[in-house]
Design a binder for this molecule. Structure first.
Ligand code: FEO
Length: 401
């Protein structure tokens, strides 16, 4: 049975959620699931904005049929040609013989790479800024390349002022009946998933996101309909301000996140000691993470939130303990910038971890590394404790300064 929700009398959400998939892109754990959003506009012509993932294909097709209510589908707008939004294209082409695919030149190239179906006479190739009339509704296409694929575009419906934003403004998390951001406690229940989705899926492309935000700045947007997560029709600035911060690689909060790797508990001991000393010094926006226990995407998400990060790890194979090395590689891949970093290393006979971590941090833009690097020789002793207390003072001063 179909499950749809109306955004307006003419615009219907026809997407669905997957709560069984354990890893998005077979990579990122999604304990709260994920939604694949699709939207139908019914006017003199009908237009569907993107399709959905194969996992929800049957329900998606039921939803489209219900929303069409017996009418044919005239246009399928392809804002994004990644497979989590494309699984319904072929089925819809077969079901509606007069259906035309609407995309840009890159969209259609990607279509031919993923599918063998000939499209002769069934495509409309649009240019940046071009419009397409559906009757009283008019679609305008804005190209937003590399947010986060090259073909990505957003579609703006002029009469209702709705932006169909592709992955931008999307999130991990299945929908639970509540489709609109004003129907949920966003800060409590959704913000961490929004941040982790942004940081890990789009985070590398901050410049391109800034370009997209600038391009759309003059557009009167009343509603945002992304391909994942919630629909926004109120308080759009809550999300726009987060996107502005994230895409400029600016921290959301004056906060310290301590990430440690620890083989036998001694580096963990140092992390805990430092955290307690920071709390004693009045730094209470604090979080401590064992990198062997959390997924690297969670660490990246916290780095996008926090102004200060502490990296603590043992020397391993004369280098960096693997979970910390993975985090540093991801920080580089995702363009992390503008953070203050403190380093703690452990090494029983030849500690090299801090030097190697420093070298990788130095590859990032505008990172400030505190000079008080702490070296642990196997386990924390009185002298190391003194060094850690001094490091806590330096971090507290930096946070509070
Ligand atoms: Fe949700 Fe980039 O696909």
């Amino acid at each position: 049975m179909h499950v749809i929700r109306h955004i307006s009398p003419a615009i219907t959400w026809v997407g669905g959620s997957d709560r069984r998939l354990s890893r998005f892109e077979n990579l990122f754990p999604i304990p709260h699931g994920v939604s694949y959003n699709s939207y139908l506009i019914s006017d003199q012509k009908t237009a569907l904005l993107d399709t959905a993932d194969a996992s929800i294909l049957q329900r998606f097709l039921e939803n489209v049929s219900a929303a069409l209510d017996g009418r044919p589908l005239d246009y399928l707008i392809l804002n994004h040609m990644e497979p989590d939004h494309c699984a319904g294209i072929v089925a819809l082409l077969e079901r509606f013989p007069n259906l035309q695919l609407v995309g840009n030149a890159k969209t259609l190239t990607l279509f031919s790479q993923f599918y063998d179906l000939p499209l002769d006479g069934r495509t409309i190739t649009v240019q940046d800024g071009q419009t397409l009339s559906l009757g009283s509704h008019t679609l305008q296409f804005f190209f937003t390349p590399m947010v986060h694929w090259p073909e990505v575009m957003m579609t703006y419906e002029q009469s209702e002022k709705v932006l169909f934003s592709a992955d931008t403004f999307g999130s991990f998390g299945a929908l639970g009946g509540t489709l609109f951001a004003d129907e949920v406690d966003f800060a409590r229940d959704w913000l961490p998933d929004y941040r982790r989705y942004y940081a890990n899926i789009v985070g590398k492309y901050g410049v391109q996101v800034q370009n997209a935000l600038k391009k759309l700045a003059a557009v009167d947007i009343q509603t945002i309909c992304p391909l994942h997560g919630l629909v926004w029709r109120k308080d759009l600035n809550v999300l726009l301000e987060k996107y502005d911060l994230w895409s400029r690689y600016q921290p959301e909060e004056k906060a310290v996140a301590i990430f440690y790797g620890s083989m036998y508990g001694d580096t963990e001991n140092a992390a805990d000691l430092l955290a307690c000393a920071l709390a004693d010094a009045g730094v209470h926006n604090l979080a401590v993470y064992d990198l062997s226990e959390i997924h690297v995407s969670e660490a990246i998400s916290e780095i996008f939130r926090c102004s200060h990060i502490v990296l603590a790890a043992p020397t391993y194979n004369n280098g960096i303990y693997p979970p910390m090395l993975t985090l540093l590689h991801d920080m580089k891949a995702l363009n992390v910038q503008n953070r203050t970093v403190a380093l703690i290393e452990n090494g029983s006979w030849a500690p090299t971890c801090a030097k190697n971590m420093r070298a990788l941090v130095d590859e990032l833009k505008n990172m400030s590394v505190l000079e008080q690097t702490v070296t642990i020789r196997s386990a924390v002793k009185d002298a190391t404790r003194t060094d850690l207390l001094a490091l806590a003072q330096a971090i507290a001063q930096s946070v509070q300064g």
